[in-house]
Write a protein that binds this ligand. Structure first.
Ligand code: SF4
Length: 334
């Protein structure tokens, strides 16, 4: 089985007490059955503390947030379970985060999640090199091989479009949106025609409509909100209108994270629009780009309902029409 991951993946280390945010804040922590059984049987003060805060909802065990933070989080910013029993005593969720694994049966892709500040620092500062190696084992793929081949091929083209330094950030995002439709056609079994960037940019200008960032902000404000910081940023956008080159990295991260997931629902266009909207939103909200992008990921990417709402909104929200997204990228005004 083939394993693919960014070169920096293995170098990730949690910075714990030095973390400017924390994965131990705001989120309930899902606890796997094996860890829950260990915690329920643990002796001493820690065992009693664990049993006090470990809850069950149907089939799922979880630590509920207490005063905005995980009840295992100590005042010094360290996790009590890890401090007293070591890393291996953590539940699967905490052992894994922010490492993401997408297992496609005959190959696996691993990535770091942008919602962790230290992972965000690595994502924004390290070369986008991916490495591959063979792992023992593997399973029969559950996907159609031809569909996966199309997704892998079109993802490569998409990443090349985003990396093209001869074009500006808004140009590559415009091309990305239009190429998303071309890739969708290929996935749908349609005829694939040549993608000519110059002709596509000219076309984009003919269909772009004045966009409205306030409506996009309103759309995101209507999703499930987690932190007061994010709520405040949505209420007080502070972008200076620059197209920071790191928006390419944000888009690339989104493509690397979401593109192949279209193997399950065949929706590439929705994902591409979600990625473009994330870049527009992060630019509009302003502040330190890495921090704003990390908060975006924390609010959106770790909430399946929010991701689902955006994928739906890509087709139904008047704020996210193709014409308006193109208008915002090309800065078309009324
Ligand atoms: S968010 Fe990342 S760096 Fe911060 S505590 Fe969690 S794993 Fe560590």
């Amino acid at each position: 089985m083939l394993l693919r991951q960014p070169k920096y993946f293995e170098n990730f280390r949690c910075i714990a007490a030095d973390c400017p945010d924390s994965c131990c804040k705001e989120w309930d922590v899902l606890v796997d059955d094996a860890s829950a059984a260990r915690y329920m049987a643990m002796n001493g003060d820690l065992g009693a503390h664990l049993r006090r805060y470990l809850h069950r909802d149907g089939e799922e065990w979880y630590f509920a947030i207490n005063d905005g933070r995980c009840p295992m989080w100590r005042d010094d910013g360290l996790c009590r379970i890890q401090a007293e029993k070591g890393h291996e005593a953590l539940c699967q969720t905490c052992r894994d985060f922010p490492r993401l694994t997408h297992d496609y049966g005959d190959f696996v892709e691993r990535q770091l999640e942008l919602s962790c500040p230290e992972a965000a620092r690595m994502i924004f500062s390290q070369a986008p090199t991916w490495v591959e190696r063979e792992l023992p084992g593997g399973a029969e793929p559950e996907y159609d091989a031809q569909d996966m081949e199309i997704l892998l091929r079109t993802r490569k083209v998409m990443l090349t479009i985003l990396a093209d330094q001869t074009r500006s950030v808004p140009e590559v995002l415009t091309l990305a949106l239009l190429y998303g439709y071309r890739a969708q056609d290929a996935l749908d079994g349609g005829e694939v025609t040549e993608f000519d960037p110059a002709a596509e940019l000219a076309f984009a200008k003919t269909v772009a409509k004045p966009g409205d960032m306030a409506r996009i902000v309103e759309f995101y404000a209507g999703l499930e909100l987690l932190t007061e910081d994010w709520r405040q940023r949505l209420a007080n956008p502070a972008g200076d209108g620059r197209w920071d080159d790191r928006l390419r990295i944000l888009a690339r991260y989104g493509v690397e994270r979401y593109w192949l997931q279209a193997i399950s629902d065949f929706d590439l266009v929705g994902r591409v629009k979600m990625i473009i909207a994330s870049c527009l939103l992060v630019r509009h909200l302003g502040g330190d780009l890495e921090r704003t992008a990390q908060l975006y990921a924390k609010e959106i990417e770790n909430d399946a309902d929010n991701v689902e709402a955006i994928l739906d909104g890509a087709y139904t929200s008047p704020a996210l029409t193709d014409g308006k997204l193109l208008g915002l990228l090309l800065e078309v005004t009324a």
